[in-house]
Design a protein around this ligand. Structure first.
Ligand SMILES: Cc1ncc(COP(=O)(O)O)c(C=O)c1O
Length: 484
């Protein structure tokens, strides 16, 4: 029996935050916005804070703290590979930018430069913009792969449609870019089957693991994934970089993307040699050392707590949560309800109440933090809303009312889980949604909507600096220093 996991679930910074509410009371915040960013894992943060005593630059090699730093960064790299199930002799981990977006851009630019004659990239229709726009930007033609299912209930990538596209563009497809887990519906794509199909057509597979890494094992070697990108801030390590894990041979063949210090050998006024070490060549400049180490600590902790168990328990919590949400009479839940592989990201709407209004009331009256709108996945969300849009009745409405109606419907509310999400949180969410359904006529006049579908409470406008003020916090530290 693993006794770390239950303890780790409570070891996050900010779980006990209390925030003021519009009714004058205050309540412990329930954080259901982990798909955007997860909270900080305390033991990982503490371990990295201890490392800071030895902080030095990775490009110095002679003194003791530089050697401690180099050794700790090697550990971070090895830990990351082990976490995503990538055999170190075949795969390399590089740490880039501030999230998956940087890693995906690096992959897109590198693959486009590697095989310019292959001018087609296939991208699924459920992607976050960060796994769609980089391919449009760096490549000639992007074709979107349809999904199984239709309307509000799409499922995974349609493998038959993928095969048809690979055949239609035979010899021209450079790579296929697909998310491991949808950031809207939490649906998991069948990565091994996709990889097999893609490789039969001599294309590469790039997996966006931004929503997978904290929730499900990625199994890179077993699934034969060529490139895998994810964000540290979505795996309990805010302030950490993006990560690109890829097959060594493939990364070595891609021309470098960024140039500068650290990624070169000899440099003269007339030319330069690339660094012999592939990880150095891939990471120009000084890496985000503290962020990388914090991230690796979080990954190691998850591995010790056992990712398979985390995955199984999250799927069970999700199933239970979806059942509970059906207590809300007017709820529409998006995504294939029967998808067997799905983790904790639930997108929904509540009757004809605007997504922005639901999210605002959840925050202001229930201290429940969720995200709303289109979650940087506009085509996917709009496809799911298309039937509802077609049914909207605008007879007798003026332009302003029509605009409000469309803004209210042009999005969803998303409740997304982290390791700290408990049944109590979902019970509180369901109670809050039922309260909104019942009392919406009381709430509506209290809010002012804007042309973008956002809602602000007319009277409840607490200054965030009353809750937290960074300058005051710094001043307190400086004063304590002076008084010591
Ligand atoms: C599926 C998916 N891919 C990519 C990204 C981009 O990640 P980042 O903002 O960390 O670069 C996100 C962020 O929400 C995401 O959910």
């Amino acid at each position: 029996m693993n006794d770390l996991l239950p303890k780790l679930r409570r070891a996050f910074i900010g779980l006990d935050n209390r925030y003021p509410l519009a009714d004058g009371s205050s309540r412990q915040r329930i954080y259901l916005d982990s798909s955007a960013s997860t909270l900080m894992m305390k033991p990982a943060y503490e371990a990295a804070r201890h490392y800071l005593r030895h902080y030095a630059n990775t490009h110095t090699s002679v003194h003791t703290s530089a050697r401690i730093t180099a050794q700790t960064m090697t550990w971070a790299s090895e830990t990351t590979l082990a976490f995503v199930g990538a055999e170190p002799q075949h795969y390399l981990a590089t740490f880039l930018g501030s999230g998956a977006t940087a890693a995906i851009n690096r992959a897109a630019a590198g693959l486009a430069a590697l095989r310019p004659e292959r001018d087609v990239v296939l991208v699924s229709s459920m992607e976050h913009h960060s796994n769609d726009l980089p391919h449009r930007h760096h490549n000639n033609t992007v074709a979107h792969i349809p999904l199984r299912g239709a309307g509000a209930h799409p499922g995974t990538v349609d493998l038959d449609a993928l095969e048809a596209l690979l055949e239609q563009h035979q010899g021209r497809v450079n790579y296929v870019a697909i998310t491991g887990v949808s950031n809207v519906t939490g649906i998991i794509n069948p990565l091994k089957a996709i990889a097999d199909l893609v490789h039969q057509h001599d294309a590469y597979l790039l997996v966006d693991g931004a929503q997978m890494s904290a929730h499900a094992p990625a199994r890179l070697s077993a699934n034969n994934i060529d490139l895998y990108a994810f964000s540290g801030h979505k795996v309990y390590a805010p302030g950490s970089p993006g990560v690109l894990v890829g097959k060594r041979e493939l990364i070595a063949a891609m021309p470098p993307h960024e140039v500068g210090g650290g990624m070169v050998g000899a440099v003269s006024k007339w030319g330069y040699d690339l660094a012999a070490q592939l990880d150095e060549r891939e990471q120009a400049g000084t890496p985000n050392i503290v962020g990388t180490i914090t991230l690796a600590c979080a990954l190691k902790a998850l591995q010790r707590a056992d990712m398979e168990t985390i995955f199984t328990q999250e799927k069970a919590l999700l199933r239970w949560s979806l059942e509970q949400l059906h207590q809300c009479d007017t709820i529409t839940l998006y995504g294939d309800a029967n998808a067997s592989e799905r983790v904790g990201s639930i997108a929904f709407n509540l009757g004809d109440i605007g997504h922005g209004l639901v999210a605002a009331i959840l925050n202001d009256y229930h201290a429940i933090a969720v995200r709303n709108e289109c979650f940087c996945a506009h085509p996917y969300v709009q496809e799911m809303l298309s039937d509802e849009f077609a049914r909207l009745n605008i007879d007798g409405l003026d332009n302003q009312q029509i605009n409000r109606l469309f803004q209210d419907r042009r999005g969803m509310v998303r409740a997304s889980f982290g390791l700290y999400t408990r049944r109590e949180d979902i019970t509180a969410l369901v109670a809050a949604l039922k309260d909104i359904e019942t009392n919406i006529d009381h709430y509506r006049p209290l809010y002012q909507g804007d042309a973008d579908g956002h809602y602000r409470h007319r009277h409840f406008k607490p200054a965030t600096t009353d809750i937290f003020d960074i300058e005051q916090t710094l001043n307190a530290q400086l004063d304590a220093l002076c008084n010591r």
